[in-house]
Structures are given as structure tokens and as C-alpha cells.
Design a protein around this ligand. Structure first.
Ligand code: ZN
Length: 144
């Protein structure tokens, strides 16, 4: 059985659960809030390959806390994540924390947004976009 470690978006506690439950109504062992309530999931080298096995497209935001455009884009990414809950899974990777993943995916500039289907990258975007443009880009990327 594959397990996944994911951080609770509410209390930040780490939770370990079977990977098939990432599509369920899993709740946090610590605060009992929903683990997957449409908010982006924090991607790490521990959980990312399991997240990519999702049967839904996975949209990844490679970012860093010191990057102003990234921080400005964060609320847009969260909003779109909530709006498209069930359609795609949204993951944020802090490239400062997760340097191995940043190197593996050859992240040269941030923010970089990647869309994965069946574990394969199908589209990539460099730089932040206003929400309407990001939605447009995503509509196309998700049909690839
Ligand atoms: Zn919690």
C-alpha cells in the first residue's frame, strides 16, 4: 500500500494516509478539518510522485516565499484551485524547501506552472498571469 504524507492546510500538521484516500473526504488527525478542501496541497519530494499518480490532471505551482510575483499569484492559484475542485488537483512546491524537485523539473524561473496528466507534463507556463488569463490558459492546458 502506498501512503502519502500531506500537510493539513488548516493546522499545518503532517498527516500520513493511504494514497487512494487523497480523493476522499479525508480529515486531519490533529484538527479534524478536511485535508483536501480544494486548497492547493503542499508538494514535497515525499509525496509528489504519489500526487502525480492522481487520475485527475495535476496543476503545479513552483514558487518561493521571496519571489514577489509568486506571492502575488498565490491567491489566484488558491481561488482557481477551489473553483476547479474535482476537475484537477492543485499542488504548490516551495522551490526553496524542495530543491531536489526544482532541479528535477529544471525550474529556471519562478513562478513556473506545470500541468501533468498521467504523470506526464503536458503544458508549462512561465510567470504569473491575471486570473482571467490564467483560467484561459488552464482551460486549454487541461484538454491536452
Ligand atoms: Zn489539521
Amino acid at each position: 500500500m502506498t501512503t502519502i504524507t500531506t500537510r493539513c492546510p488548516h493546522c499545518k500538521a503532517l498527516n500520513r494516509l493511504p494514497s487512494e484516500r487523497i480523493n476522499d473526504e479525508a480529515s486531519c488527525g490533529s484538527c479534524k478539518e478536511k485535508l483536501f478542501d480544494g486548497m492547493p496541497i503542499e508538494g514535497t519530494s515525499d509525496n509528489f510522485s504519489t500526487l502525480l499518480e492522481s487520475d485527475k490532471p495535476v496543476v503545479v505551482d513552483f514558487w518561493a516565499p521571496w519571489c514577489n510575483p509568486c506571492v502575488g499569484f498565490a491567491p489566484i492559484f488558491s481561488d482557481v484551485s477551489k473553483e476547479r475542485d474535482g476537475e484537477a488537483r492543485f499542488v504548490k512546491i516551495d522551490t526553496e524547501d524542495q530543491q531536489a524537485l526544482a532541479a528535477q523539473y529544471r525550474i529556471r524561473s519562478i513562478p513556473t506552472i506545470m500541468v501533468f496528466k498521467g504523470g506526464k507534463m503536458v503544458d508549462m507556463l512561465n510567470g504569473a498571469l491575471p486570473k482571467s488569463h490564467f483560467d484561459q490558459w488552464l482551460n486549454e492546458a487541461l484538454t491536452k
